[in-house]
Design a binder for this molecule. Structure first.
Ligand code: LR7
Ligand code: MN
Length: 570
């Protein structure tokens, strides 16, 4: 298992995290940072096809080591695609990868008789040669030929020379029918995928990003699950290809996808109960509230029946939630098949331009998701996301709302309650607001430290209350007066040493569903009682408040008095 961290540089802003991933953008330079390449990266360098593999490099998914005397050049090339292009170019497009599946997977999905074929659709904009072709070769080398209809490469107006005729000539010799489809101008990945889907001949559509590597067995699991039930949208487990060394790193299989209050996609861990339940059936696919976006298979007719993609979405972002909500709310399911592993090259920042501006594009798309699918929770989103609020009135969504009616889709409340019961969104019957210490007049705040999966983690601390409600000080209690106390990113008020130490500290940690994360608020004496130990949330007696709050025997003193200050969320 790998711990997924996100490294943020100074002045960078994380827009969408997904390795939680990493679309960190160079916000400090504004959108101009995306407009092109640094001055000394000449067109000649950018357009040269650097392909010159070193035999054996990167085989078996190993990391590539660049000799020290080449590091200047390496750094220069890194900037073109925001990954180590030199490392990628040294690896064969046919490199070998380990079979990373659980042993049990090897005897699963072996009866391929009568299964339908899939078109593999790969959209790209100015992708590097070696990563694009390694994606293609990994499909060819590690897919059963009788499940593969064709590979469709959709070029979203790339400007790099080698992606022109050079690419067309190259694919003519492949053993799987492969086509390049070109958009006339930049249409963004959403409309590019739609273009590929319309041209596809396969019964099933399988989408991949242009910098992926498929491992043994990846396709059998996806196709089988879709063939068994056409309303299933099936995703592989997404492993990590390092942007620095191109090492293939297997990731934990039991993360499922959802999102945070700002509608950014996130991985969360299953609750401990669910992990235990799954012990007997570790290879069984499991349902996920949302998909990461780039890698999934689905029945082609079903794809179009339920509305394909929202054609008014621009460039990048939001389409993964839109499709997830739509599939779930309109009667389908989204799942992850742990026997299917595909590597994806994660980058720390986005290499290409976002015509229209990063924030406008992303929040415009997210505003559409909220307006069409989220019912009263859209108000929660817009209330706390000024970027989205600014884009709200610009969206024409009538036809998508019409589609939702036609398909007779369920509401967002149903989605939250049934698809994602562990969610931490406000709701009727839940407290939402600030938790304030009565004497100190300070508020509980989400820690800034990071734990695994990039979730916030740290001691529960008090800071000055903000004059207008801010999400960093907003907490949800899963019941009106009793339940878990969570905040954004699925973290909960917890006391990990509450069964041992005499004055256990209180921390904010990943919500786990464990009993020790349950709290009860007593209106009478204003105490917040930790249910499993029976003790109360308190200030540390020794004054070490910076180390966080503690649990003490309940005495109802001033230091144990809390005000649960409700905030209107819609
Ligand atoms: O204008 C564009 N036109 C394109 O054709 C912009 C992008 N693209 C192509 C691009 O070349 C790439 O092949 O679209 C593909 C996806 O773009 P990335 O690789 O920049 O996206 P990402 O990997 O950073 O982001 C994820 O979120 C996106 C939101 O719109 C898409 O859904 C991506 O497919 C998605 N990637 C994954 O889900 C991979 C696994 C991430 C995890 C976990
Ligand atoms: Mn990608």
């Amino acid at each position: 298992m790998v711990l997924l961290f996100c490294r943020l540089g100074k002045g960078q802003k994380e827009y969408v995290d997904r390795r939680g991933v990493h679309v960190v953008v160079g916000h400090y330079l504004g959108d101009a940072a995306f407009a092109g390449h640094s001055a000394n990266l000449t067109d000649e360098i950018i357009n040269s096809n650097m392909y010159a593999p070193v035999p054996g490099d990167g085989n078996d998914g190993m990391a590539v080591v660049i000799p020290p005397h080449m590091s200047d050049r390496m750094r220069q090339l890194y900037r073109i695609n925001r990954f180590n292009l030199m490392a990628s170019d040294r690896i064969s497009v046919n490199r070998t990868l380990p079979d990373v599946r659980k042993k049990k997977c090897k005897s699963k999905y072996t009866d391929l008789e009568g299964l339908p074929k899939t078109s593999v659709i790969i959209v790209f904009h100015n992708e590097a040669w070696s990563t694009l072709l390694r994606t293609v070769w990994s499909v060819i080398n590690r897919s059963p030929r009788n499940l593969l209809e064709e590979i469709l490469l959709v070029d979203d107006a790339s400007t790099r020379g080698f992606l022109g005729k050079g690419l067309e000539d190259y694919i003519k010799n492949l053993t799987v029918p492969t086509k390049v489809i070109r958009t006339r101008k930049r249409i963004g990945l959403i409309r590019a995928r739609l273009m590929g889907a319309k041209k596809a001949n396969g019964h099933i559509l399988t989408f991949l990003d242009a910098h992926c590597e498929c491992t043994t067995g990846w396709l059998e699991a996806l196709v089988t699950r879709v063939a068994e039930d056409r309303t299933r949208v099936v995703c592989p487990v997404i492993d990590i290809i390092s942007d620095d060394t191109f090492a293939y790193v297997r990731s934990f299989e039991l993360h499922w996808g959802a999102f945070n209050w700002d509608l950014h996609f996130r991985w969360y861990t299953m609750t401990s109960d669910e992990i235990i339940k799954r012990r007997k059936e570790i290879t069984e696919p499991f349902r996920t509230p949302a998909m990461a976006g780039g890698l999934f298979a689905m029945d082609k007719n079903y794809f179009f029946e339920i509305g394909a993609y929202d054609e008014k979405m621009e460039v990048w972002g939001g389409e993964n939630l839109e499709l997830s909500f739509r599939v779930w709310q309109c009667g389908g399911t989204v799942e992850i098949a742990p026997c299917s592993h595909v590597g994806h090259l994660f980058r720390k920042s986005s290499p290409y331009s976002f015509p229209g501006g990063v924030s406008q594009v992303l929040y415009g798309n997210l505003a559409r998701v909220a307006l069409v699918w989220m019912d009263e929770w859209k108000e929660f989103f817009f209330k706390f996301s000024p970027e989205a609020e600014r884009m709200r009135d610009k969206q024409a969504v009538r036809s998508r709302i019409e589609l939702r009616k036609q398909l007779n889709c369920k509401g967002f409340r149903w989605y939250l309650n049934n698809v994602w019961p562990q969610h931490f969104f406000p709701m009727e019957g839940r407290f939402f607001g600030a938790i304030k210490h009565e004497v100190r007049g300070e508020c509980l705040e989400k820690p800034t430290g990071k734990g695994s999966l990039n979730q916030p983690m740290g001691p529960a601390v008090l800071v000055r209350c903000t004059s207008v409600p801010q999400l960093s000080q907003m907490f949800v209690m899963s019941g009106e007066r009793e339940g878990f106390i969570a905040t954004d990113e699925s973290v909960c008020l917890d006391s990990p040493d509450s069964d041992g130490s005499p004055f256990p500290r209180v921390k904010v940690m990943a919500c786990s569903g464990q009993a020790r994360q349950r709290w009860k608020y007593h209106i009478g004496n204003k105490t917040l009682q930790h249910v499993s130990s029976g003790h109360c949330l308190d200030l540390p007696r020794d004054g070490s408040i910076e180390k966080g709050l503690v649990l003490n025997p309940c005495v109802g003193s001033g230091s144990q008095a809390w005000i649960m200050q409700s905030v209107e969320w819609r």
